[in-house]
Design a protein around this ligand. Structure first.
Ligand SMILES: NC(=O)c1ccc[n+]([C@@H]2O[C@H](COP(=O)([O-])OP(=O)(O)OC[C@H]3O[C@@H](n4cnc5c(N)ncnc54)[C@H](OP(=O)(O)O)[C@@H]3O)[C@@H](O)[C@H]2O)c1
Length: 372
């Protein structure tokens, strides 16, 4: 349904509250709720902790005794099922809410139907919003995994103005400043796993942990695609105190000795088949799903990024643009260097965000966007 300007404004505020659950509630959805009476906000809340009270309940609590006759704006249709907490639709009824406006429908049969239940009880229910994409954008992994039962994959790259991700092949090239790096760690905290290619693991020797004082509920599994299992057992990945598991995907090309060496330093090693002589990326993601990994944050390098995007396995692109050029000898992120993400079938979402001198641009896959 199309919404009035005022309804839309409050609903967008509810969606921004939802985002505060990042890193604390997945694989459950991030949800935000605002309560208004006579056009004034009387309460608001969001789903703060996995297993904790839902957004509607937190909003009702914050409103005290002013909920009777209120309008509730919820980014996601209120639930109607008894899970770890009682259904939100019942809580809204008990609180005497007269009107409910929601952004996206609750996907899946098991949990849906809160809107219908409220309407049957005499509450005016408005939703889902016509521009449902806006409400999916806040928590796309939740909607994607409910629909497809395969991991949601986001690709993050730091690129120069001329689209390069490193000054030369085999060279570590820090491109972004501290503010952008902190945002990368915040993004990591909202995913079940962080993935890099074997060459990146070798050249950059990253830790792939969440730092900057952030506290994710799920420590992202650190995944390396290392087809021949040539990663050094002395790599920093294995030398941290971090309890985040290390998972190596190798192929039959890896010798038993190399696989054992990596297992000895604490890695879980999964052997995936090859397709056209390369590691089968679809199979890798299928294995991730089987291991309970619902969302993956890939941080390069260029060859892995290119292969994943070419096979249409990436749903979201986070591009941090650093204000420098690296020249033609630099390593390309993906595409030819001149092509923009739009040329490659990506659709820009939200406003670009400045982090210190760097600019974050976000894109979703055109195909996913048009499906809504
Ligand atoms: N600026 C940034 O955001 C950023 C991020 C990460 C890395 N980097 C830089 O990027 C450089 C490393 O990147 P890179 O491109 O050389 O390597 P990479 O992407 O890190 O590693 C390549 C990996 O992808 C696999 N691969 C390549 N094509 C594939 C395909 N079609 N199907 C399946 N698997 C495939 C390779 O397997 P095979 O072994 O079979 O070839 C290899 O395991 C370093 O200089 C690093 O500093 C920059």
């Amino acid at each position: 349904v199309s919404l009035s300007e005022l309804d839309r404004e409050w609903l967008l505020h509810a969606a921004s509250l939802a985002g505060r659950g990042w890193g604390r509630v997945h694989p459950n959805p991030m949800v935000g709720c605002v309560l208004t009476r006579d056009g004034e906000r009387v309460g608001e809340g969001w789903h703060e902790e996995y297993g904790g009270p839902h957004a509607e309940v937190n909003a009702i609590r914050s409103a005290g005794d002013t909920t009777r006759g209120a309008t509730a704006y919820v980014s996601l249709e209120p639930c109607s099922h008894h899970g770890q907490t009682p259904p939100c639709s019942e809580s809204l009824l008990k609180a005497g809410v007269a009107r409910v406006v929601f952004g996206a429908s609750e996907p899946g049969d098991e949990t849906g139907g809160g809107g219908e239940l409220l309407a049957q009880a005499g509450v005016e229910v408005v939703g889902p919003a016509t521009d449902v994409r806006t409400f999916h954008e806040v928590d796309p992994a939740f909607f994607y995994t409910t629909r497809y039962q395969r991991p949601y994959l986001a690709l993050k790259l730091a690129v120069s103005l001329d689209g390069r991700i490193a000054a030369r092949a085999g060279e570590r090239t820090p491109l972004t400043d501290d503010d952008a790096n902190r945002e990368v760690h915040r993004l990591r905290s909202g995913f079940d796993a962080v993935l890099v290619g074997g060459e990146t693991a070798r050249v950059d020797d990253p830790l792939l942990t969440v730092r900057y004082g952030l506290d994710p509920r799920i420590l992202p599994t650190r995944i390396v695609l290392d087809p021949s299992a040539v990663l050094s057992p002395d790599a920093s990945l294995f030398s941290t105190d971090s309890e985040a598991p290390v998972l190596i995907f190798a192929t039959e090309a890896a010798s038993v000795e190399r696989v054992e060496t990596l297992k000895d330093v604490g890695a879980q090693v999964e052997i995936v088949p090859q397709a056209d002589g390369r590691a089968d990326l679809k199979e890798m993601l299928k294995r991730c799903w089987g291991l309970g990994i619902r969302s993956v944050f890939c941080e390069g390098g260029g060859r892995l990024a290119t292969a994943l995007t070419r096979e249409e396995l990436v749903q979201r692109l986070y591009l941090f643009k650093a204000p420098l050029t690296l020249g033609p000898q630099g390593v390309l992120g993906f595409g030819s260097g001149d092509s923009t993400p739009e040329d490659l079938g990506w659709s820009s979402i939200g406003e670009p965000t400045q982090f210190g001198p760097d600019l974050l641009l976000k894109y979703d896959r055109e195909a996913d966007v048009s499906r809504g």
